[in-house]
Design a protein around this ligand. Structure first.
Ligand SMILES: Nc1nc2c(ncn2[C@@H]2O[C@H](COP(=O)(O)OP(=O)(O)OP(=O)(O)O)[C@@H](O)[C@H]2O)c(=O)[nH]1
Ligand SMILES: [Mg+2]
Length: 302
């Protein structure tokens, strides 16, 4: 039996639906999803099987014009993910079409497209009438010679099976890269921190989600089969700490409950989650924070 395996990078503007697609392909929530832009900060690998092929999907941060060190490191991680992949899938939102952001990505593809196939996935087709899709497909294909175009809804599942089958057939022959039952390549402590960050992002407004980071500091296995997890939420100002805690600690309590429930479902075991908020005005300039996120600090150099 000849097997196939390889890396498939999902790239696109922030909010395009990359993490939603990765989770659907893998069949589990490996990468966090919110309605806000710049949710994903680092590369997240999820593994899916299709026949004899093992598809290693690489979710990447959205591509945008970076301003801060963190932004630059995120965008570098995204392009790096594309450059390391066997196949790249560019995701474009059906209802937004060819934005300036998409234009910039198309320019970047000229280089990344050397030596690897690039497929186009027009996502969120549930949001637009089908006539619009044909026009968008031909416009995008006129600007870049995509190997194939798929019209999908990562959220509803339309078109996703066809995309998976095509990707499987295009991967190089070779041995599988992960054990057959592995679904993610990300330390559990990082997945746990991401789940808490997702709940914070959903609850906090404006810039605050972009000015905090979550780290798992301690993970203790207990004899009764449960685990005690201690996490720290780093914020930049005293005022931010107050907002994260909320009135009488209501916000942090709700975040903690939601994150714990999701972790328990993911790990199928009882979890005791303890969150602590620390003010660290300069965390965006600390290299350790980047390695904890799975980013390269040096990529953030201006
Ligand atoms: N209607 C609709 N919404 C979708 C679809 N796919 C994703 N979404 C929504 O789009 C939003 C962004 O999804 P994500 O998967 O977080 O997008 P992303 O590309 O990973 O975003 P970043 O990590 O910020 O770059 C979420 O609210 C999703 O529920 C889709 O097919 N249809
Ligand atoms: Mg994402």
């Amino acid at each position: 039996m000849s097997t196939r395996a390889g890396f498939i990078a999902l790239i696109g503007e922030p909010n395009a639906g990359k993490s939603t697609l990765l989770n659907r392909m893998v069949g589990a929530k490996v990468s966090i999803v919110t309605h806000k832009v710049q949710t994903t900060r680092a590369r997240i690998r999820g593994v899916a099987m299709e026949g004899d092929a093992q598809l290693v999907f690489v979710d990447t941060p959205g591509l945008f014009i970076p301003r801060r060190r963190l932004d630059r490191a995120m965008v570098a991680a995204a392009w790096g993910g594309a450059a390391d992949a066997d196949i790249v899938v560019l995701m474009v939102e059906a209802h937004r079409g060819i934005t300036e952001g998409v234009e910039r990505i198309l320019e970047g593809l000229q280089e990344i497209g050397q030596g690897r196939k690039i497929a186009l996935a027009i996502n969120k087709i549930d949001k637009v009438p089908s006539e619009k899709l044909l026009a968008l497909t031909s416009e995008l294909n006129a600007r870049y010679p995509f190997a194939e175009t798929f019209m999908i809804s990562a959220e509803k599942g339309h078109g996703v099976d066809d995309l998976r089958k095509w990707l499987a057939s295009e991967l190089p022959e070779g041995p599988w890269l992960y054990p057959e039952d592995q679904i993610a390549d990300l330390p559990l402590r990082m997945i746990a921190a991401e789940m808490t960050r997702e709940k914070l992002t959903l609850r906090l407004h404006q810039e605050l989600p972009y000015q905090l980071t979550v780290e798992t500091e301690n993970w203790e296995e207990r004899k009764d089969g449960s685990a005690k997890i201690d996490q720290v939420i780093y914020v930049m100002r005293d005022g931010h700490k107050g907002i994260v805690l909320g009135k009488r600690g209501e916000t942090i309590k709700a975040v903690s409950q939601a994150a714990r429930a999701e972790l328990e479902e993911f790990l199928d075991r009882k979890i005791h989650l303890f969150l602590q908020v620390k003010v660290r005005p300069n965390w965006l300039e600390e290299s350790e924070r980047y390695s904890e996120m799975g980013l390269d600090f040096k990529d953030g150099n201006a």
